[in-house]
Design a protein. Sequence first.
Length: 349
Amino acid sequence: MRAPTTVLLTGATGYIASHTWLALLEAGFDVVGVDNFSNSSPEVLTRLHALSGRAPTFVEADVCDPAAMEAVFQRHRVAAAVHFAAFKAVGESAEKPLAYYANNVGGLLTLCEAMTRHQVHALVFSSSATVYGKPKELPIREDAPLSSTNPYGATKLIGENILRDLANADPAWNMALLRYFNPVGAHESGDIGEDPRGVPNNLMPYITQVAVGQRARLQVFGNDYDTPDGTGVRDYIHVVDLAEGHVAALRYLLDRQQSITANLGTGQGHSVLELIRAFEQASGRRIDYDIVPRRPGDVDASYADPTLAHELLNWRATRDLQAMCADSWRWQSKNPNGYQTLQTMNAPS
């Protein structure tokens, strides 16, 4: 029997990566996780151990640190990488552009340099629908014009261009550039989920924190968009569907030895107010909200045409908005303070 393929997972204890870690294990891969906990908790590793029955192989390191990344490749026989390690808040990127360029672009370069030295040429890249800027047509296909309306989106565009140039320079490289839309939800166990630091930048965790009593009211950014109810429309995708999409993309790279650029979304848009109503129904909690001014860089509507991912990867999102809301609520109600709950309880006195 062949030994399982070992996959390097960067940003491994983050929201999407932690769910992808479980999906990779379930698919028969071995995983080496790397994270510096800048936006995540070590408690994730405990939860992953309990859910998978396997002690996580993990290295605490910064993906921007060349020596640290070299040490990972020296110690582990990595065959492919899935790169999540990036800052991801649109609003914050407008306030701290240098930090976003340094981390998101610098980390990708450091990873690719280490992979090149060790002749590892399969990479799944966490890109984003923000690379489409303000879309001219909906649903959005992969061949739509690319642009950015904020520094975060710009870092993803730069990352994609770096990887295309790398593949053109060395045909040994196979890349999956996955442009995904708005991840929400949590593992069905309620044991891992989205746990943002400070004030949430994304809609769903803000809603769940209002529902659990952590915050008094939700801020809805704008009600004058060109959408049916005036609030922004987005393609919300369950994080477990998204994780399974990464596994499908990795299998494609390893089996076909070909690169791919694909949208991961449901193909259906929902407005902010629709999401609020769906969550109220799933949780039985009222979500009070205030309409406040738009955020810079936000677009009216954005939802995917996911046809290519289904045709080439044999993948499609299967979990609906009700499941997204129910799983988000299960996570937040079970962990009202996120991962901090157990950390605080277990802290030495």
